[in-house]
Design a protein around this ligand. Structure first.
Ligand SMILES: [Zn+2]
Length: 431
């Protein structure tokens, strides 16, 4: 990355832009944060924990370093050699940047951890979200994927004005909640228990109506964590037969959730997307690398979505995470399909260099009105700042390169940056 004057000017200009954050996981209600936590426990909730395990930290050690009942310095001694090995990954860099800006402390190290934790604990009170999201990051709103059941449990939402919600229809295409609960709900919706596919579809429609009433028009598909993104078409007769067999089995343990057979999964995904197509919903799709350690990466290749992209042309498929490492595939899909957009959430910390490569290629191949530059994708709010810094730096670097190469002038680069961080996500996600 060349950090010359041109880069410096673009970096500075982009830093002053308002931002639409396309994807987060923290709870919209700040008051619900876990008050028993400390800085090491909260910061290892995800991401860096995966790098630490990849570096050699055992799962028992991970559980130990997350456990606030043990002294902080003892836990740090266990994790320190692995943390040092991760020091230059996007995950660790983002946290160090956050700590510097939020607490004015020089990163996460042996000698900073105790004062950092004191500052962290002091900041655990209402107002911290606003400070990070608004004051430090200038984020106008975050699209939050959290508290999923709050959208369908009949209660009104009581969000802060900065939060928008997405809904995950995972109960309908992957795992059936305990049958006892589903039967109760089916009685309310269908006037009878969950007997076959028809009641399940009735419940899906009821949930979608409730979600829509709460102003939610974005659904999120996380299937690549559990199975292939390829959902072939299945006939109603086949799916119904399979559902009947499933219910007979699930009925033996009605207090336990159970995974639907593949035939039902495939059928229901098409039912969900049929409705997304009709209602012109935005469908955010996890593609590429799965968070955590050890998963089937091939399941997440965005090319597997092709039959769905072709068929449900009035739904907008917002492909997540630059499809890392399937960047070329993701780019080509967005170039080819009018209903595919590119959402760089999570990507600037997965691998900052890959995010720069991807953005370079996106701008070369895809109309720029389809690219959203940033989504923090964090469970805890502090990570957001460091991630945004990396995203802005990456974008300034790629745009400066385009200016140096004569593709655009400096003013055009700035205008493009504004589209990537603000205008595009605002329009695409309708927030
Ligand atoms: Zn996410």
């Amino acid at each position: 990355m060349i950090k010359d004057e041109l880069f410096g000017r673009l970096n500075e200009q982009l830093s002053r832009l308002p931002v639409i954050d396309t994807h987060e996981h923290f709870l919209p209600r700040e008051s619900r944060r876990d008050s028993e936590s400390d800085v090491l426990s909260e910061y290892t909730t995800h991401y860096i924990s995966s790098d630490l395990v990849s570096a050699g930290l055992s799962l028992d050690e991970l559980a130990f370093i997350r456990d606030v009942r043990h002294p902080l310095d003892k836990r740090w001694r266990v994790v320190e050699p692995y943390w040092q090995a991760c020091r230059f990954t996007g995950y660790a860099r983002a946290l160090d940047l956050s700590v510097k800006a939020i607490y004015q402390i020089d990163g996460i190290q042996r000698h900073t951890l105790i004062p950092l934790n004191e500052a962290f604990q002091k900041a655990r009170q209402p107002g911290h979200y606003r400070y990070v999201i608004r004051d430090l990051c200038n984020i106008e709103c975050c699209v939050c994927d959290s508290d999923n059941s709050a959208l369908t449990n009949g209660r009104p939402l009581n969000d802060d004005h900065w939060a928008r919600r997405v809904w995950q229809p995972v109960d309908y295409y992957w795992q059936c909640p305990p049958l006892a609960d589903m039967n109760e709900r089916s009685h309310k919706v269908n006037g009878q228990k969950l007997k076959d596919l028809d009641q399940l579809i009735g419940m899906l429609d009821a949930d979608l109506a409730e979600v829509a009433e709460k102003g939610v028009h974005i659904i999120k598909i996380t299937a690549a964590y559990m199975r292939s993104l390829h959902f072939p078409e299945v006939t109603y007769t086949k799916a119904r037969q399979s559902m009947l067999e499933f219910l007979a089995g699930a009925g033996k343990t009605p207090e336990k959730p159970a995974v639907y057979p593949e035939t039902v999964q495939n059928y229901m995904m098409h039912e969900i997307l049929k409705r997304a197509h009709r209602a012109q919903l935005v469908v955010q799709v996890h593609t590429g690398l799965q968070e955590g350690n050890g998963n089937n990466l091939a399941n997440s290749n965005p090319l597997l979505l092709t039959n769905l992209l072709l068929k449900y042309s009035d739904a907008t498929f917002d492909l997540f995470h630059i499809g890392y490492p399937f960047i070329g595939e993701t780019t080509a899909l967005a170039k080819n399909f009018a209903n595919v957009t590119l959402d760089m959430c999570w990507s600037h910390i997965i691998a900052p260099a890959a995010a720069r490569r991807a953005l370079d290629e996106f701008i070369d191949a895809v109309p720029f009105n389809k690219i959203s530059a940033f989504g923090g994708d964090y469970l805890f709010v502090d990570g957001l700042y460091g991630h945004l810094r990396l995203a802005i730096e990456n974008t300034a670097s790629v745009l400066a390169d385009k200016v140096r190469g004569g593709v655009m002038d400096e003013h055009q680069a700035y205008v493009l940056g504004r589209h990537l961080f603000y205008e595009n996500p605002k329009r695409i996600l309708r927030v």
